[in-house]
Design a protein around this ligand. Structure first.
Ligand SMILES: [Zn+2]
Length: 422
C-alpha cells in the first residue's frame, strides 16, 4: 500500500527507478548503516578521538557509493576546522602597589604570555554597580581590540562562575581581561600565562549538483559526533554509542543521498553533511554556515534523533520552529495520503530550534529546521550509555527517512520555495 501511494505521488518516476529507491528504504539497509555508526568499535564517536575519524571514513565511503561529489574548494569530502583551547597557568602582578588575588582576574587571550600595564594598548572600560552584567560582559568579549574591564565587586558572585579555560572556534587576535575591583586601578602590571592548544575537527560534506538551479542549495544534515567514553552505567557499560543521538540522523542523511542520487532529477543542488562538534556546542554547523551565503540556501533539513517513536506514536515526527516558515506545511502537503504526519515541536520551552545544527543558518533567515522524534521530556536513554541500536525502532525509522525524502520532493525540484525565517 505504501509503495503504491509513493508511485501515485511521483508519477513521472519510471517504475524501474522507483524499485531502485525502494530498495534503499529497507530495514536491513538502514540497520547496516546505523549499526556501523553506533558500534562499540566507534567508541561513541567522541570529538578528537581516532574513532571519530573511523566514523568519518565510513561516512565518506557511503557518500562515494552514493555518487556524491566533493564540494568545490574543499579537501575531498572533509571540511576541516580548528578550535583554540586555552587553560590558565598563572595570573599575577601588582595593582596600585598591592598584589592581587588570582581569582579576581578572568582573561580571554590566545597568547601564551601577556603583560599589561597602564601604558599598554588596552582600553580601560567598566562594568559598574547596576549595569546589565551579561550584556556588558558579552559586548567586551566580542569587541575588537584589547580591553581591561574593571568589574564592580557587587558582581563578585557572578564573577566567580566565569571560566577562563575555553575552547573557541575562531582565533581572535586581541585579548580581554576582566578584573574584579572596588576601586579604579591607576598603576598596574598584570602578567597572564596560558597554555594554548589548537585542535581540529572535520565535517563531512558531499554534493549532488542540481540540473537547472545548481546555485540554489538544499541541505540535509545530521551530526556524527557523540559523547565518546564516559562514566560506566549500572551494567558497567562506558561507551556512549549515540545510536539515536545522532547516528540515526546520519543514517538518514546517507540514505537520502542515495535516494536522490538514484532519482537523479534534482533541479537544485543538494548538500549532504555530517557535522562534527555538535555536542561541544554546535561547532561544526557554525563553521559550515559561516562559509555559506545564506541567500543561496533554499532550505535545510537537519535530522536529529529519529530512532524512537515520537509522543504521537509511529509514522510521525516533529519539526522545530514549525511556525517560523511554511516549510512544514509544504512537507506535509507532499505527504498527503501517505499516513505520515509532521507536527510542530511539542517542547517549545526547550528551545530546540536554537539548540541544534539548524540554528546558525536559521539565524541568518534560512528556512532551516530540525526533524526529530525524541521525547525530550522522557527519552529514557538520552545522553546515556544505554543509547544503543537495540533500543531503536528501526522499521519506524525506515518509514521516517522514506517520508522525509518524499516530503522534500517539491523543494528539491524547485517547485516549492519555503518562506524565510524572520
Ligand atoms: Zn544530537
Amino acid at each position: 500500500m505504501k509503495k503504491f501511494t509513493f508511485l501515485l505521488l511521483l508519477p513521472f518516476v519510471h517504475s524501474a527507478i522507483a524499485q531502485d529507491t525502494s530498495s534503499l528504504f529497507r530495514v536491513e539497509e538502514i540497520s547496516r548503516i546505523e549499526k556501523a555508526l553506533a558500534s562499540d568499535d566507534m567508541k561513541g564517536r567522541g570529538a578528537y578521538t581516532p574513532e571519530i575519524d573511523k566514523a568519518a571514513d565510513f561516512i565518506i565511503g557511503e557518500f562515494k557509493a552514493a555518487g556524491l561529489k566533493p564540494f568545490p574548494d574543499m579537501d575531498g569530502f572533509r571540511q576541516t576546522f580548528s578550535q583554540v583551547g586555552t587553560r590558565l597557568i598563572s595570573a599575577h602582578g601588582m595593582i596600585d602597589g598591592e598584589p592581587f588575588d588570582e581569582h579576581s582576574i578572568v582573561s580571554f587571550t590566545n597568547y601564551p604570555d601577556v603583560t599589561l600595564t597602564q601604558d599598554s594598548h588596552f582600553n580601560k572600560v567598566y562594568i559598574k554597580n547596576g549595569d546589565n552584567f551579561r550584556q556588558k560582559y558579552n559586548q567586551y568579549r566580542q569587541a575588537e581590540g584589547n580591553f581591561l574591564v574593571v568589574v564592580d565587586t557587587s558582581f563578585s558572585n557572578i564573577f566567580k562562575r566565569l571560566t577562563q579555560n575555553t575552547t573557541q572556534q575562531y582565533k581572535p587576535g586581541s585579548s580581554t581581561v576582566f578584573i574584579l575591583s572596588d576601586s579604579d586601578p591607576k598603576e598596574y602590571t598584570i602578567n597572564i600565562k596560558k597554555e594554548i592548544r589548537e585542535k581540529s575537527l572535520c565535517n563531512i560534506v558531499g554534493v549532488l549538483p542540481g540540473r537547472s538551479a545548481g546555485s540554489q542549495f538544499v541541505i540535509f544534515s545530521a551530526h556524527y559526533d557523540h559523547l565518546g567514553i564516559g562514566k560506566p552505567d549500572s551494567r558497567g557499560d562506558s561507551i556512549y554509542n549515540g545510536a539515536n543521538d545522532d547516528a540515526s540522523g546520519v543514517t538518514a542523511v546517507i540514505t537520502l543521498a542515495k535516494y536522490f542520487a538514484t532519482l537523479n532529477n534534482n533541479e537544485r543542488s543538494l548538500i549532504f553533511v555530517a557535522f562534527s562538534g555538535e555536542e561541544l556546542g554546535i561547532l561544526g554547523s557554525t563553521y559550515f554556515s559561516s562559509r555559506f551565503d545564506p541567500a543561496t540556501v533554499s532550505a535545510m533539513f537537519n535530522i536529529e534523533m529519529i530512532g524512537t517513536e515520537s509522543k504521537w506514536g509511529k509514522n510521525s515526527a516533529y519539526i522545530t520552529g514549525f511556525e517560523k516558515t511554511d516549510m512544514g506545511q509544504i512537507l506535509q502537503k507532499n505527504l498527503a495520503g501517505s499516513g505520515f504526519q509532521f507536527y510542530p515541536d511539542p517542547y517549545p520551552d526547550q528551545n530546540l530550534f536554537f539548540r541544534s545544527d539548524n540554528a546558525s543558518l536559521a539565524k541568518m533567515g534560512v528556512p532551516a529546521h530540525t526533524i526529530s522524534t525524541s521525547k525530550m521530556d522522557s527519552e529514557k536513554y538520552y545522553h546515556t550509555a544505554g543509547d544503543e541500536v537495540e533500543t531503536l525502532d528501526l522499521p519506524n525509522m525506515t518509514e521516517i527517512i522514506r517520508s522525509i525524502g518524499l516530503s522534500a520532493g517539491t523543494i528539491v525540484s524547485g517547485k516549492d520555495t519555503p518562506s524565510r525565517v524572520k
